[in-house]
Unconditional design. Structure first.
Ligand code: HEC
Length: 199
């Protein structure tokens, strides 16, 4: 079917309008519809602000203040600090089924991969060769000798090649985790024959 002349002109016009609306210049935003929602009258976080001497919109916290979400930890990585944590920190939770259950959950999520479900240090990440360093046993005599505060310190700030978990596990959960290691893993651990070494 042949297009009539007027139809061809209409078609060409439409095509022109269609292609004219495409723009390769990414720096030009084009036309705004309903611009009121795009341009806020409030100052945006990172825009300059003439109301403050330093010209910034985002304000620094007042000196010496701590946000509600932040918990401070009064120990550093310096020599002797782990021992001091062992002397000064006390687990505030009493051992009961609820504490142990919560502690088990935290342990399973954050520690078992390396230290093993039973705490012996043979977690899957290590035995499968995905993590090269042998995690320490949390159930041998040396681990039983550790003070609660020392374990809390190691979980919070890390220990040797083990990374810190202070940012992932909140303080209450860290203590419940320690209750679980002490009252469940350490008390119930039984040395089993390592069948992988028998072949
Ligand atoms: C990515 C593997 C990995 C994860 C996850 C991990 N650890 Fe460790 N952990 C290690 C290794 C490896 C060491 C030994 C580090 C060294 O000797 O330098 C260690 C050491 C420790 C020690 C020190 C033991 C001692 O003799 O003082 C404690 C306590 C400990 N881990 C507890 C935990 C707890 C509790 C969790 C869970 C919150 C956890 N770890 C998560 C790998 C891990």
């Amino acid at each position: 079917m042949m297009l009539t002349k007027s139809k061809s002109i209409l078609f060409a016009l439409l095509a022109m309008i269609l292609f004219a609306s495409c723009d390769r210049d990414r720096n030009h935003p084009g036309w705004d519809y309903f611009p009121d929602m795009f341009y806020s009258t409030a100052y945006e976080t990172y825009t300059p602000n003439p109301n403050f001497a330093d010209g910034k919109t985002m304000r620094n916290p007042v000196k010496g203040t701590v946000s509600r979400e932040m918990t401070t930890f009064a120990f550093t990585l310096e020599e002797g600090e782990r021992a001091r944590a062992g002397e000064e920190l006390v687990n505030p939770f009493e051992t009961n089924a609820k504490t142990l259950e919560a502690g088990k959950h935290v342990y399973t999520v954050f520690c078992a991969g390396c230290h093993g479900i039973d705490g012996s240090g043979s977690g899957k990440l290590y035995t499968m060769g995905l993590y090269p360093l042998k995690p320490r046993s949390l159930v041998n005599d040396a681990a039983k000798e550790l003070k609660d505060g020392e374990i809390y310190y190691s979980v919070t700030l890390g220990f040797g090649s083990m990374g810190p978990h202070g940012a992932q596990i909140n303080p209450d959960d860290r203590w419940k985790l320690i209750s679980y290691i002490r009252e469940d893993l350490q008390k119930n651990f039984k040395e089993t024959v390592d069948t992988t070494k028998l072949n």
